[in-house]
Design a protein around this ligand. Structure first.
Ligand SMILES: [Zn+2]
Length: 226
């Protein structure tokens, strides 16, 4: 989820190396290996994630990279399948700033005991600049594991309750637009059409892999961690 609807387009600047010139091949390799946030209607967003069986140094590095991506995109929550990974894992930091707030990692989350209902505006890093009202339980109980393998559980209210429900939906392949009322859904339909047209044209240029390639990549990660 993004921090608010008023985020700008500012991204952190990265100093370019001056004394070292990596080869084109190496640059291309880094570019290919980097995690990216996928946008609607990328098929990874409809993938039902499998429970994670293990956590290793590579997975910790992936989670670190997810936090950096989330901060750069002005977000407060990000699910693994939003970066093309099929794990039941998501991250959150309600402050949305590195060095502020608490960095939370939820592995294999289970939600229970929903109470009350509340409608609030939501957004999603996979739907840049699209916002709409979503009705959800006000309070929820979550139990999950953190990166250290410790079980964490608690009853959540307010923004964290909403973020945890939004991100757990992602792990089931459910998107916030699915949960909008028919009227709110109609209001965002034109924007969804634009996302779809853009996706098809980026796929036509080869920038976005085919469904078969996405499925193969998800299956490879699953065989390694799930
Ligand atoms: Zn989202």
């Amino acid at each position: 989820m993004p921090a608010s609807r008023n985020f700008g387009s500012h991204l952190p600047d990265y100093a370019s190396p001056t004394s070292y010139n990596p080869s084109e091949d190496l640059l291309q390799h880094w570019e290919n290996e980097k995690l990216r946030i996928v946008t609607y209607p990328h098929p990874a967003l409809r993938h039902k994630s499998k429970p994670l069986r293990r956590v290793d140094a590579e997975l910790r590095a992936i989670v670190r990279e997810m936090f950096e991506l989330m901060y750069a995109s002005r977000g407060i929550g990000l699910a693994a399948n939003q970066v093309g990974l099929p794990f039941r894992l998501f991250i959150a930091n309600l402050e949305g700033e590195p060095g502020e707030g608490e960095e939370l990692v939820f592995i294999n989350p289970v939600l229970s005991r929903p109470k009350g209902t509340e409608e609030k505006e939501e957004g999603c890093l996979s739907f840049p600049e699209l916002y709409g009202p979503v009705k959800r339980p006000k309070q929820i109980h979550v139990s999950a594991y953190n990166l250290a393998g410790e079980e964490v559980s608690g009853t959540l209210d307010g923004m964290l309750s909403r973020v945890v429900q939004h991100e757990t939906d992602h792990l089931e392949g459910v998107l916030f637009t699915d949960r909008m009322s028919p009227l709110a859904g109609q209001e965002v339909q034109d924007d969804l059409d634009v996302f779809e047209t853009d996706f098809l044209s980026r796929r036509a240029t080869g920038e976005i892999p085919s469904d078969a390639e996405v499925a193969a990549s998800l299956a490879e990660w699953e065989s390694k961690y799930c």
